[in-house]
Design a protein around this ligand. Structure first.
Ligand code: DX5
Ligand code: ZN
Length: 219
């Protein structure tokens, strides 16, 4: 099993000072930074685009950029995000486009790839893609907004995907996003989840370094 990794979600950072929030997350020891990209179509909210990633890189942010595209047409934007400094680009299974080709293209662009499932989407819908991905992201809230309650009814989905990983010997990471804190995250860890997105809980933590360390120490 992969070592546990925390990916603070910059969505919960200070949008007037995104670089400061990104630097603070890195300084706390978080190895990844989660970047939520929303288009107002696939989800009912808007965030930021590739230029913000490029600006964060120019501002000296060196963490691994875990880029979560909540877009109706992600295939149109992956090259721009790769160029802007994304390390991993994850795309949703729900919209209609060529998922396999887009995942392959993300790798050709030099990034790791990931496939994402909404709470209402079954694990079966992505099973055929598992040999071709670096990461599977299971949403534990309906995407669009931070600060929502964790859906514990998603734990069996995490367990199912972790079981398929074990049976197949594949090495993809298993990530969870939405309402994750030290308590709900630990419940996910017990299923085999290794990558934890935390927005509200991380940025509101009084001791962010302790938060990172707690997750890093999960067995
Ligand atoms: C929701 C986003 C999440 C969000 C998580 O659409 O995908 O990454 O930032 O925020 P919290 O941790 O506050 O639920
Ligand atoms: Zn996200």
């Amino acid at each position: 099993m992969h070592a546990p990794v925390l990916a603070p979600s910059l969505l919960a950072g200070d949008h007037a000072h995104l670089a400061a929030s990104a630097h603070a997350a890195a300084a706390s020891g978080a190895p990844w930074l989660h970047l939520d990209i929303m288009d107002g179509h696939f989800v009912p909210n808007l965030t930021f685009g590739p230029e913000v990633l490029a600006a964060l890189r120019r501002a000296g942010v060196k963490t691994f950029f875990d880029t979560h595209l909540m877009l109706a047409e992600p295939q149109r934007y992956i090259a721009a995000f790769a160029k802007a400094g994304a390390d991993l680009i994850s795309i949703h299974i729900e919209p209609s486009y060529d998922h396999a080709a887009t995942l392959a293209r993300i790798r050709e662009l030099g990034c790791q790839n990931g496939i994402v499932l909404n709470p209402g989407t079954s694990a079966d819908s992505i099973k055929h893609l598992l040999p071709h991905v670096d990461l599977v992201l299971v949403m534990t809230v309906q995407p669009g907004f931070g600060g929502q309650a964790f859906r514990s009814d998603m734990l069996p989905k995490l367990s199912q995907i972790a079981a398929w990983r074990q049976e197949s010997g594949l090495k993809f990471r298993l990530e969870v996003d939405g309402g994750v804190d030290l308590k709900t995250g630990q419940a996910c860890r017990a299923t085999g989840t290794d990558t934890f997105v935390a927005g509200t809980s991380f940025f509101r933590a009084t001791d962010q370094a302790a938060f990172v360390q707690t997750i890093a120490n999960w067995s």
